[in-house]
Design a protein around this ligand. Sequence first.
Ligand SMILES: CC(C)(COP(=O)(O)OP(=O)(O)OC[C@H]1O[C@@H](n2cnc3c(N)ncnc32)[C@H](O)[C@@H]1OP(=O)(O)O)[C@@H](O)C(=O)NCCC(=O)NCCS
Length: 424
Amino acid sequence: MMTAPLKGIRVIDWTQVQSGPSCTQMLAWLGADVIKIERKGLGDPTRTELLDYPDMDSLYYLQLNCNKRSIELDMKTTEGKEILTRLLETADIFVENLHPGAVDKLGFSWEEVHKINPRVIYGTIKGFNDDSPLASVKAFEPVAQCAGGAAATTGWYKGEYDIPTQSGAALGDSNTGMHLLIGLLAALLQREKTGEGCFVQQSMQDAVINLCRVKLRDQLILEHTGVLKHMPQYPDGTFTDTVPRGGNVEGGQVLGWCYRCKGWEKDPSAFVYIVLQNEMKPFAAAAKAIGKPEWIDDPKFNTPDAREKVKEEIYAAVEAYTITREKMHIVEELGKLGVPCGPVLSMKEIAEDESLRKCGTIVEVDQPGRGKFLTIGCPPKFSNYIPEVKPAPALGEHTDEVLKEIGYTPEEIVSLRQKHVVCK
Ligand SMILES: CC(C)(COP(=O)(O)OP(=O)(O)OC[C@H]1O[C@@H](n2cnc3c(N)ncnc32)[C@H](O)[C@@H]1OP(=O)(O)O)[C@@H](O)C(=O)NCCC(=O)NCCS
């Protein structure tokens, strides 16, 4: 039997851009009824960001707002506030990610919402925690990556590109949304016991810092020993008092690197990542495969500590093997031998990958007015539930429907429209 885990849970979603919407989209995929409040006449700013067709909602919006309902509401009017109050009376979760202080100023702080409905769980995303000196600062993705330790520790470690570097993955935005999701799901279980909702705050800075745990580990090691043997700066380079950028090192003590493959001159994704494990069995398998069986008995190579000292020599030898072969061929060959490895896949390759489509990772959605577009489906896969990825709503598409559900009469809805409290 297919039972949506969050069936019967109602979410009032006053979020925008990526961090908050990524969280509420997951709630919707898990079966919650997500009602998105959007600014009158404008909607979520991403609706019009990076347009690929002039008169259609952007892919940015569509990929983050599937399975939601949209109401267009002027929250700066008395009537708009009354509508939100009535919605909150029916809600389980309220989520917002406006700029610091914005929602409080409009009368919907945690304290106020808790008074309206003590069962409501209140989720909020800000760039920084309340206690931070930066608490009032607005934040976008790179702000969080920079303030969360990711940018300082990512990127190249020598030459003119030795500069803080962002990840292409949305560590500041969607990662924060997933952190908030964990908090909200835990709060739902907690409410089963207490009968009361709670306030769940997730800062973007914290969400990034949480993913930089191993960099804090490195900071402590550096302070104790003065070196980081697993980093490319060891043994020949120098260390300062802080964790340096590590290029493509694996991050633990296993020796990993990203190698050029056949065709790399023209194809920026013709690369493969290969890890040489510490244990002798998988190390020996890799050594034989790349044509270096002599490493197995050579003390210069046959222990993890020894290998750290000759990283550059090892990287060169592995690349002599990879550079003449296709990346997929290498992964097939080494994968069979138990060597951890992975192809560098371009977004084009990911979009076209049949196996990713088959397992619901890449999903095709038929969006009214646009036709089919690709999105990324629900990452966790359940044994008894397959989320159906549905289209994203048009701006205000469900305004009347939702207002009726909370008791507004057709006449009252007409009047709200005449007063421009709601649009569509
Ligand atoms: C993303 C961010 C930088 C954008 O800031 P912004 O340009 O000031 O936009 P906001 O939507 O937050 O606020 C704009 C205004 O719209 C108003 N607004 C929002 N929804 C409204 C509605 N439905 N009706 C009426 N007014 C509305 C807000 O009250 C605010 O008014 P104010 O400036 O008078 O206080 C900011 O919201 C932020 O830092 N959010 C927290 C961190 C975060 O999630 N960042 C996004 C990462 S993807």
